[in-house]
Design a protein around this ligand. Structure first.
Ligand code: DGT
Ligand code: CA
Ligand code: CA
Ligand code: ZN
Length: 615
């Protein structure tokens, strides 16, 4: 597996558009982000070890240079490994030593020096360093003086005299550390769905392929499409259950077996950067539907379903739906009303099949869905995507090809605007040239519409990053907030309202700017945004990138209630980012979004007319 050398159990990654790698088991080219992370790790380890300042600083500098770089290092090395070192040295900020390490990482999947350094520092110390307010100096002193090697050690000692006696450790600092650790405990223990789903799918496929397996599924929060996952839940019916259990407790990445029984197994999994618990239940085929329903949850949905059963003189549990509110001795062994399939259980309770994403324990039983929810195949257009002109890795043609491969009728090229310096945003002159380049490609390609657009920054005061005359040249304007994301709610509301009302803006990209588990983002008055968006017929984006999922599920629901159009886009920077659409679709389904409410499902003509309207 690639990246054994550069992965840790947590994420100290900087904020950005790039999703973390989705396929930790197949060997894929090492990304720039991962190379940067390896150098950043080395800098941190050196600092914790109290190494020479210059060595530390040079590794941090290389990490920074690589993060800001637009050249794809894997491509550069693979082009001709023999001359890679020399060509890497030609890049800004890369010396010979670093170049050799980069090539080593690309070729072997690991960096020797990185691994050596990482072995010298306890892993848990990186978590201590991750606590906001604790810098490398402080972490080093805690480690050296008090043998603090993890956040648990830290919390065990934080109220001691010895801890208070550490240099610069005042009451205020201690209070801040406690608060920060408490916040982390709330968020960081849940795995983002973008990391959990690829692992679960792979395990699910492997389980389904085992001899004797009749049915296999994943359940729980993952099946409900929640944005973060506490643990993975698998269900299997098999004529050879022992073999299934045996396979599960020995699956790739299992670091600890927590339970290994005849009907339940529980393991701790570590895959790349992801550490997560996984449960397996072995259930009889006749009761698979009841078990699937029970373990899909949510707990609140289950409670409502049991109440409904009782009202109808039945009882529901993980084995089935049975006659009678209580289990009486004479009922033992009686066949259930329904158990093998979820559909039959819902039907027996006079309900339509409730899609797992809607099983939230809200109103889904009182007002079951009437329209079909949106599905992956409904999406026919991508309206937010980047090319090499800013921080993407595809050319305009490659982007168009990706969209065509997905069967789309429209792809919009929306590179970053001038303020996004780190993302190589385009100034007005470069944008004009870029529009010409997009139009030239569009003229050559007949079977798919390639639109010239921009992802223009919404500046802190709500003004846009280009003049109107420039924006008027474009086929589609996605306006997004990227900076000043700690604004107070009033300022954020005013900022976004101004962009929504702008006649040339058709879509507001990732409206809050939050990053799951990492950045809170803006907290505007969402109802005010929905009303304005509906009034100006500006679409609000559900950005499908699994680090973003912004709008959130409840926001999409609120927006639809006000009649807003929703744009569902992946914000693709690389080809594989198109696969992030699934996370957006799951989130949209949780919001009860029907295809018609999403502009990306509309036929080409309807969409293009809408994009042109009002400008
Ligand atoms: P998670 O893992 O925190 O992301 O969320 P879930 O929903 O996957 O929760 P989990 O793994 O604890 O349990 C899976 C499902 O099993 C849960 O959604 C509903 C069901 N379940 C588990 N424990 C209970 C319980 O005590 N009561 C009821 N009604 N259902 C339960
Ligand atoms: Ca779970
Ligand atoms: Ca569980
Ligand atoms: Zn973007």
């Amino acid at each position: 597996m690639v990246l054994v050398g550069v992965s840790r159990g947590h994420n100290t990654d900087h904020a950005g558009d790039q999703p973390t790698r989705d396929q930790p088991v197949t060997r894929q080219p090492v990304t720039n982000d991962e190379v940067a992370r390896a150098f950043a790790d080395m800098a941190t380890a050196l600092e914790l070890l109290g190494a020479n300042r210059f060595r530390t600083a040079s590794n941090s500098r290389v990490a920074r240079e690589i993060r800001d770089m637009t050249t794809n290092l894997a491509d550069l090395v693979n082009e001709d490994p023999a001359t890679a070192v020399a060509r890497l040295c030609a890049l800004p900020g890369i010396g010979k030593g670093s170049a050799e390490k980069i090539v080593e990482l690309m070729e072997t999947g690991a960096m020797n020096e990185h691994q050596k350094l990482m072995a010298e520092v306890p892993r848990g110390l990186f978590d201590v360093l991750d606590v906001p307010g604790i810098g490398p100096k402080a972490a080093r002193v805690m480690w050296q003086e008090l043998e603090i090697e993890s956040v648990d050690d830290l919390m065990a000692q934080i109220d001691t005299e010895a801890f208070r006696a550490l240099p610069r450790m005042g009451e205020k600092t201690i209070a801040n550390i406690k608060e920060a650790v408490a916040f982390r405990a709330q968020t960081a223990s849940r795995t983002p769905i973008g990391q959990a789903l690829p692992i679960a799918r792979e395990i699910h496929e492997a389980l389904a392929a085992l001899p004797g397996v009749e049915r296999a599924a994943y359940a729980g929060s993952l099946r409900r499409g929640e944005e973060t996952i506490g643990d993975l839940d698998f269900l299997v019916s098999s004529s050879e259950p022992e073999a299934v259990a045996e396979f599960f407790v020995n699956a790739e990445g299992v670091t600890k077996v927590l339970a290994h029984g005849a009907t339940k197994c529980s393991v701790r999994l570590e895959r790349g950067r992801v550490a997560i618990q996984a449960d397996l239940r072995l259930v009889p085929l006749e009761a698979f539907g009841a078990a699937l329903m029970y373990f899909t949850g949510s707990k609140e949905h289950n409670v409502r379903m049991r109440e409904r059963s009782i009202k109808r003189g039945m009882r529901l549990n993980e084995y089935g739906l049975f006659e009678g509110n209580e289990e009486r001795p004479q009922d033992l062994g009686k066949a259930p009303v329904a158990a093998a399939d979820e559909e039959a259980i819902y039907a027996a309770l006079e309900l339509p099949f409730i899609p797992p994403e809607l099983r939230q324990g809200h109103a889904e039983l009182d007002q079951p869905p009437t329209a079909r929810l949106i599905e992956l195949n409904d999406i026919k257009a991508e309206l937010h995507a980047h090319t090499v002109a800013s921080d993407g890795s595809m050319s305009i043609e490659e982007l168009a090809q990706c969209a065509r491969n997905r069967g789309y009728h429209t792809i919009a090229v929306t590179d970053h605007s001038v303020s996004q310096v780190i993302a190589n945003g385009l100034d007005a002159d470069r944008l004009r040239d870029h529009v010409d380049a997009v139009r030239a490609v569009a003229a050559r390609i007949e079977d798919i519409s390639v639109l010239a657009g921009s992802e223009v920054d919404i500046l802190a005061d709500g003004s846009l990053d280009y003049d109107d005359e420039i924006l008027a040249l474009l086929d589609v304007v996605v306006a997004s907030p990227h900076a000043a994301l700690r604004q107070d709610p009033e300022a954020a509301t005013a900022r976004l309202l101004k962009a929504i009302a702008h006649p040339l803006v058709r879509i507001i990209g990732h409206p809050t700017g939050r990053l799951i588990n990492r950045r809170e983002g803006l907290s505007p008055d969402m109802s005010a945004l929905y009303r304005a968006a509906a009034e100006h017929d500006t679409a609000l984006e559900l950005n499908a990138n699994s680090q973003r999922l912004d709008l959130r599920d409840r926001h999409v629901r609120g927006a639809r209630e006000q009649g807003c159009a929703i744009a569902l886009d992946t914000d693709a920077h690389r080809e594989e980012n198109f696969d992030q659409l699934v996370y957006g679709v799951l989130t949209a389904r949780r919001a009860g979004l029907e295809p018609e409410g999403c502009i990306n499902t509309w036929p080409a003509e309807k969409l293009h007319t809408w994009l042109r309207a009002g400008r």
